[in-house]
Design a protein around this ligand. Structure first.
Ligand SMILES: [Zn+2]
Ligand SMILES: [Zn+2]
Length: 157
């Protein structure tokens, strides 16, 4: 979907469901990861997560646009625009917006990492895989290495 189409779709949803015009800008932001969209209090613009749209389809995106428009209109009217506000919850239910901005599935994968230390020189190593301690020694001094700890790390994708 082109951004121009996204803009007209949002203007249409705003008129139809809220009876009010959407006078700001909506765009795709590929850097959004954990939400389907967001409303920016400072600029009154809305951003939509394109990964979310690709994964969950148009219906879900319309739900997200309605959700963001609830923040938008209530904020401009100086009413309760936050999730916990009664105004927000009532308006959201009335227009049939998404209850929350669902996870996009792009959360980074968490993997186990291994940290080793050389018993001779104290050099530390971080590895993605377990090292066969019988076969490999310290890269610096050939000393014996031992497992110091395991920890979790988020994978970059
Ligand atoms: Zn929200
Ligand atoms: Zn060493």
């Amino acid at each position: 979907m082109e951004e121009q189409q996204l803009q007209s779709l949002t203007e249409e949803i705003s008129e139809t469901f809220f009876g009010l015009p959407f006078l700001h800008h909506i765009s795709f932001n590929a850097r959004l990861r954990t939400t389907g969209g967001r409303y920016l209090l400072r600029t009154h613009n809305i951003e939509i997560n394109p990964h979310h749209y690709r994964k969950h389809g148009l219906e879900s995106m319309i739900g997200t646009i309605k959700h963001e428009l609830c923040h938008y209109h209530l904020h401009l009217q100086k009413r309760g625009y936050r999730h916990q506000d009664r105004d927000f919850q009532e308006l959201l239910a009335r227009v049939g917006g998404s209850r929350y901005c669902p996870d996009t599935g792009l959360r980074r994968e968490v993997k186990t990492r291994y940290e080793y230390v050389c018993t001779a020189c104290g050099q530390e190593y971080q590895r993605k895989r377990k090292i066969d301690l019988d076969r490999f020694g310290c890269g610096r001094c050939r000393g014996k290495i031992k497992l110091l700890r395991t920890f979790l790390q988020q994978d970059r994708n």
